[in-house]
Design a protein around this ligand. Structure first.
Ligand code: PLP
Length: 269
């Protein structure tokens, strides 16, 4: 459990400095005092890194993970006060488990089919009827494939309203909170202050359309866009939430080399 974890003080200092620097860049990019949520993307990084940032003095709340198994393990080891975001490629057969077994799962941001929505609803309902009574509704963001790349997940912009409508009308244990995109690397690299990133334009336009078609208010549908390489541009284009990994935690190991709990001398004995 968290109390037994050994945090390396030097590592904790580096992480705290990194996230402070990203937070101030996030605030500098957002105009008019708008609060942009910073998700620290901790996939493939050890649980101690997360705990170092969740503990005082930083007390960061929002962490993002990409793999169901890894998130299940980390959520069992780490404090319930963490707000987990699942942002990775989602398989239908993992959705129920994800929604049921992690009471402090705050949002699933990578939802792209009615089948997955229905499984998440089932899981959250089971949680609400079991020990998890009183938990919030599970927040859902619909992932949109704004770049039209075949290998990217996400619904087509034109199919977004239909999936959003399904969540609102058929899922009492879920709450639609926004739209998410990853976007094409080439478009991110081509973007400048004058030339806005086309993926971010498409996500914003898709939001405007869904809001209109479903009679929502703009504030009811957030935009999750922007990662390490392009979060400042994304904020200038209206992002409400950025997902930053490598600029906070450093480069990630290969998946096969990743460990949730690093071996300490104590742990080995
Ligand atoms: C890994 C990942 C990120 C973070 O990427 P960095 O470039 O390391 O900031 C953000 N969003 C999603 C969906 C990811 O999979």
């Amino acid at each position: 459990m968290a109390e037994d974890m050994q945090i390396n003080p030097q590592r904790a200092k580096v992480l705290a400095e990194n996230i402070a620097s990203i937070s101030s860049r996030v605030n500098a990019a957002s105009k008019g005092g708008k609060q942009v949520r910073l998700i620290a993307v901790s996939k493939l990084k050890p649980a101690t890194d997360i705990l170092a940032l969740h503990n005082p003095p930083t007390q960061h709340l929002h962490f993002g993970e990409n793999y169901v198994q890894e998130l299940l393990e980390k959520s069992r080891l780490l404090p319930r006060s963490i707000r987990w975001h699942f942002i990775g490629g989602l398989q239908s057969n993992k959705c129920k488990q994800l929604a049921e077994q992690i009471p402090n799962l705050w949002c699933v941001s990578s939802v792209d089919s009615a089948k997955k929505v229905d499984q998440l609803e089932k899981g959250r309902k089971a949680l609400a009827e079991g020990d998890g009574a009183g938990e919030d509704k599970l927040r859902i963001m619909v992932q949109v494939n704004t770049s039209g790349e075949e290998n990217k997940s996400g619904v087509e912009p034109g199919e977004t309203t239909e999936l959003c409508k399904h969540i609102i009308e058929s899922c009492p244990h879920l709450k639609l909170t926004g739209l998410m995109t990853i976007g094409a690397i080439a478009r991110s690299q081509a973007a400048t202050e004058e030339n806005e990133n086309e993926d971010f334009i498409t996500l914003r336009e898709t939001r405007d359309k869904v809001v209109k078609e479903l009679g929502l208010k703009e504030e009811e549908l957030e935009l999750s866009m922007g990662m390490s390489a392009d979060f400042e541009g994304a904020i200038r284009q209206g992002s409400d939430e950025v997902r930053v990994g490598s600029e906070i935690f450093g480069e990630r190991p290969a998946k096969k080399d990743a460990v949730v709990l690093e071996k300490t001398e104590q742990g080995q004995s």
